[in-house]
Design a protein. Sequence first.
Length: 186
Amino acid sequence: MNIITISGYKAFELGIFKNDDKAVHYIKKAIEKSLHPMIENGLEWVLISGQLGVELWAAEVVYELQGQYPNLKLAILTPFLNQENKWNETNKEYYEFVQSQADFIDSISKREYENPLQFKQKNEFLVRKSEGILLIYDEEKQGSPKYILDVAKKKRERNNYFIEIVDFSDLQVVVEEENMKNQDFW
């Protein structure tokens, strides 16, 4: 698998409003844990749409991993032009920082936001252009990732499309593993 999409909840869907929230650390560790075997098996590109939350945190993980895996690349494929227009200054600065390190940036729709159909087109495009998806999503807590998951499941029915879901119980395991690493047992 050479190309995967990473997506998941938007930050506000998880009740996270600052990137230094402890939960972000655990989500990034879960993404890293999932990416290692994929990279070892030939992963070259990670695709995201650049939405606030899991996708931008995943970009940071990719950038950290590039030190160890210099062939790993990140593409930000936004649903439309200037998606950050209505974001607050802090989020815009964070987004610009993440964008500044991306290997490829483009917009799927060459227009600014017009209607929700652009998000549907974004999901279809990202799934069509990738061989699998890593999704931070728990079906017990419905949210925006449901839509890209539905597209991915349809592709999996027709083709060999890889879907890896990290749910809340998986995240809890990461929390426990990280806490054990940080405790002095001896």
